[in-house]
Design a protein around this ligand. Structure first.
Ligand code: E4P
Length: 218
């Protein structure tokens, strides 16, 4: 499973990238607002730090403008993936950008049918939002499993399932078990993945015993 970090906070992105386990970054307009930075400069900076795919979202809602925004965003850096919403204009934009070999992440996916549309339009990624489905009493993980099942019926589909709106470490495990290709995870949750009380306890015992040997490795 690939890991993307779901943030526009450049400090956090650098810190997590230094761990050596980061494959890419997703941003959205709400995360850009939080960062308080110029969008295009921010994306440029992120793309310099992380060589993997960096999603940057268009904000127009009509095809012509969406497409032009997508072209502009794609010119910021080679690793920009243009994010478009799952609307008729978004899907049309996805098709046209994909034909030009520009990677597209179709976002705000909440159903299998929507995921089928994204795949038909040649999306590089489709982003089902797990947490937001859970919020309304549905099961977000079931959507990941269902999309996986449908996509695997058609071997010619190359769209990757990018589990988004992840709210807990349990979501990460479940998304991996359901076969998501990528999980985009908020920085805090990526760190929580390290936690297990037996790891902390075991390490303490090993280090205490090592001290008693009075030896040094270096
Ligand atoms: C990622 O591409 C999405 O924008 C993000 O995961 C949304 O998460 P949220 O539902 O926690 O805002």
């Amino acid at each position: 499973m690939e890991f993307f970090v779901d943030t526009a906070d450049i400090k956090e992105i650098k810190r997590i990238n230094d761990m050596g386990i980061l494959d890419g970054v997703t941003t959205n307009p709400s995360l850009v607002l939080k960062s308080n930075k110029n969008f295009k400069e921010l994306i440029k900076e992120i793309c310099k730090v992380v060589p993997g795919p960096v999603s940057a979202e268009v904000t127009a809602t009509k095809f012509d403008e969406m497409y032009n925004e997508g072209i502009k965003l794609s010119k910021i850096a080679k690793n920009v993936v243009v994010k478009v919403p799952l609307t008729p204009d978004g899907i049309k934009t996805c098709k046209k950008l994909s034909k030009k070999k520009i990677g597209v992440n179709v976002t705000l996916c909440f159903s299998v049918n929507q995921a089928i549309l994204a795949a038909k339009a040649g999306a590089k990624y489709v982003s089902p939002f797990i947490g937001r489905l859970d919020d309304i009493g549905k099961n977000g993980i079931d959507l990941i499993s269902d999309i996986k099942k449908v996509y695997s019926n058609y071997k010619n589909l190359n769209t990757k399932i990018l589990a988004a709106s992840i709210r807990s470490t349990k979501h990460i495990t479940q998304a991996a078990m359901a076969g998501a290709d990528v999980a985009t995870v908020p920085p805090k949750l990526l760190e929580e993945m390290f936690d297990h009380p037996l790891t902390a306890k075991g390490l303490k015992i090993f280090l205490d015993d090592w001290k008693k040997t009075k030896q040094k490795i270096l």
